[in-house]
Design a binder for this molecule. Structure first.
Ligand SMILES: *[C@@H]1O[C@H](CO)[C@@H](O)[C@H](O)[C@H]1NC(C)=O
Ligand SMILES: *[C@@H]1O[C@H](CO)[C@@H](O)[C@H](O)[C@H]1NC(C)=O
Length: 374
């Protein structure tokens, strides 16, 4: 039997081979060095490094980190991705996620994560999704030794409508390993919630909501094979979506987040119930899997307050115009008003193209008026 490998597979094998060689040299070097010939010291050295750089981990998380330092490192890439997206989604809000980017690059050690605001629920969901997303991709890219392409992706039965047979396509590409990503996201984040109280349950619910939203946006990508792209055979695989898509969906859930029902305070139900905001009278319903839950009314975030991670809005750039729009000076400046500031920059302009091949530009002063909250 002859086995054929695609170029990608060959490249991956070569890469794994390289990593293995370097790893073995590293072990050898360390064994030669260490006096006591017990456990090769590289294991401890390696994980101690990764796990120390990362701040704000709970004791349980640190033990997960020591068990799998390389996967934890990718998890942190996922958290950074989440923080970046948070800043994008909330760029015109009074609270704009900037506080998440400060604390030792671990968003969970921010003050807002200890609260039950709608903003907190958003960040919980987004970071859980970010971790699963980063790991699912890293597995498929061969960046982790503990996982590879999603093996389920190969099964034809995976396709619900059996299109595989009809259109001559098969799951033979390398699917992003969502299952592994979700498993690690649970293992690494949900373990923070050790206390058996309502807040912990809500945090885990929001983590799950983020991961469910990610799962429901998985994409199928295909590539054609055959003479000059005739597509006689297509290979397909599952891929995680662009993270912006996931973040925008979680943002929509943030807008219609449910407030946890008071009655939940002392019931042991596994599914939490909530009701839409501002509808005290409506009956609490079991929260759908993808809904965000919160239990604390958000402050205005107008003034600086370290207890809520609020930097205040003084000095923020706001949008002149329609007052109801997010980021409008009326909303963002909390009624304190705004100042107009002229911002000048030099830009190339009036460019002309000379045959061939030269472009001449004039340098123009570009004046822009921007509004800043008082
Ligand atoms: C977010 O808010 C902080 C504090 O008010 C401010 O310094 C920063 O420029 C804001 N970021 C964006 C993208 O507006
Ligand atoms: C561009 O060039 C035209 C004529 O050459 C001139 O009238 C105009 O002021 C220039 N624009 C800028 C922004 O300098």
């Amino acid at each position: 039997m002859k086995t054929q490998f695609t170029i990608l597979e060959k490249y991956r094998m070569l890469k794994t081979f390289h990593v293995t060689i370097i790893y073995m040299m590293f072990i050898f070097f360390n064994m030669a060095r260490s006096r006591d010939n017990t456990l090769p010291s590289h294991v401890r050295l390696n994980s101690a490094l990764t796990c120390r750089v990362v701040g704000g981990l709970t004791r349980e998380q640190r033990s997960v980190c020591h068990e799998a330092p390389d996967t934890t490192a990718i998890a942190f890439e996922g958290l950074q991705l989440a923080v970046k997206e948070c800043q994008h989604q909330f760029r015109w809000h009074r609270w704009n996620c900037s506080s998440l980017a400060l604390k030792n690059s671990n968003p969970h050690s921010s003050a807002i994560m200890k609260r039950g605001f709608r903003e907190s629920s958003f960040v919980y969901a987004l970071s859980a999704a970010g971790i699963a997303h980063a790991i699912a991709r890293a597995c498929a890219q061969g960046r982790l030794l503990s996982c590879g392409c999603d093996p389920l992706g190969y099964r034809v039965s995976h396709d619900p409508r059996g299109r595989a047979k009809a259109n001559k396509w098969e799951w033979s590409g390398c699917s992003h390993n969502l299952a592994y990503g979700i498993e690690f996201s649970k293992k690494f984040l949900d373990v923070r919630e050790q206390v058996d109280d309502l807040q912990s349950k809500i945090n885990v619910h929001n983590n799950n909501a983020g991961r469910s939203i990610l799962s429901s946006h998985m994409e199928v990508r295909c590539k054609c094979h055959g003479v000059s792209g005739s597509c006689q055979l297509r290979t397909c695989w599952r891929a995680t979506p662009d993270f912006r898509v996931v973040a925008s969906t979680i943002k929509r859930q943030y807008r219609k987040a449910l407030v946890v029902a008071q009655e939940e305070l002392n019931n042991g139900l596994s599914v939490l119930r909530g009701r839409p905001r501002g509808r005290r009278r409506s009956r609490a319903r079991p929260a759908p899997k993808t809904s965000l839950l919160f239990f604390e009314k958000s402050p205005s975030f107008c003034e600086p307050d370290i207890r809520t991670d609020s930097a205040g809005t003084s000095g923020r750039v706001c949008r002149i115009g329609r007052t109801s729009r997010t980021g409008s000076c009326d909303l963002l400046c909390c009624g304190r008003g705004h100042a107009l500031i002229r911002k000048s920059s030099i830009k190339p302009c009036n460019c002309t193209f000379h045959w061939c091949c030269r472009v001449d530009c004039q340098r123009c002063k570009d004046d822009k008026w921007i509004a800043i909250c008082k």
